[in-house]
Design a protein around this ligand. Structure first.
Ligand SMILES: [Zn+2]
Length: 278
């Protein structure tokens, strides 16, 4: 089993197996096998069928990007609700419980702060780090045009700064999101960004233009910048530090520790999740 363990994908198998994706894959593998058989390659057909089915068993799916195209396929065929999880199939292709999505990837926080100090975006005194007035004004000015934007326009704005990613607008019962799908090594990683996060981060990238930072450095800087928000990027409401129990429809009553967050008191949006110290 060791060989199979190496290619197993626990996130798509076992209890987390998505049966609709599995069915879609089995249909595709069987159809491919049948087509090869009919075309006069019975041996190849057998190998394709056996390897395909084995792969589905071990990895959840073998057709690349199934979790992304299968729900759309099902929706197009009018089968979306048949599977009982709307158009998402309920496997990670929905907003994560903890909405920590950001335009940029993870970076060393100290290095990011150093870069922002050198670019005069942040400054430091005895009381700690603060955002310079000049940058705060530039950031707020960059947010203004985005506040009026529709979700599709926001998705377009994200495309402009993340050309490497597959960006789409998603609306579901939990809200409106811009989803940024990109490859993180071999894994497909979806970041689900809420309106306030998109507005803050796209405006952040725009405001950082001309600061001497590379685009890559701008993208990793915009998430920590959100911890310096003094007003909601979307509705302009006041912000406060709180826990997810008190805002954002957070996980009250679950065993999970609530997150320490910065949230808008008007629209209840989570604007920043403070890192947990452990
Ligand atoms: Zn708000």
């Amino acid at each position: 089993m060791t060989t199979l363990d190496g290619i197993r994908r626990p996130e798509y198998t076992g209890e987390r197996r998505c049966w609709p994706c599995t069915v879609v894959n089995v249909v595709i593998v069987v159809a491919a096998g049948a087509a090869l058989y009919v075309a006069g390659y019975p041996l190849v057909a057998g190998v394709v069928a056996v390897l395909g089915l084995l792969g589905i068993w071990a990895r959840g799916y073998v057709v690349p990007y199934t979790p992304r195209f299968a729900p759309r396929l099902a929706a197009a065929l009018g089968l979306g609700d048949t599977f009982g999880h709307g158009d998402t199939f309920g496997h990670g292709d929905g907003p994560p419980q903890e909405l920590g999505g950001s335009l940029g990837g993870d970076a060393d926080p100290d290095a990011v702060v150093d870069t922002l100090l050198r670019a005069d975006v942040l400054a430091e005194d005895e009381a700690g780090l603060y955002m310079t007035d000049e940058f705060r004004t530039r950031w707020r000015d960059a947010m203004e045009p985005l506040q009026e934007a529709t979700l599709d326009e926001l998705a377009e704005a994200v495309m402009g700064v993340r050309m490497d990613a597959d960006v789409r607008a998603e609306r579901n019962e939990r809200g409106e999101y811009v989803v940024v799908a990109s490859h993180d090594g071999n894994r497909l990683h979806d970041a689900w960004l809420t309106r306030p996060v998109v507005i803050a981060e796209v405006a952040g990238v725009n405001a950082l233009a001309g600061s001497g930072l590379t685009r890559e450095a701008q993208l990793v800087a915009v998430e920590p910048l959100r911890s310096f928000l003094e007003a909601c990027p979307d509705c302009g409401g006041p912000v406060e530090e709180t826990t997810t129990v008190d805002c954002c429809g957070g996980p009250a009553g679950t065993a999970a520790e609530p997150d320490h967050v910065l949230a808008c008191t008007d629209c209840d949006s989570r604007l920043f999740t403070f890192p947990t110290e452990d």
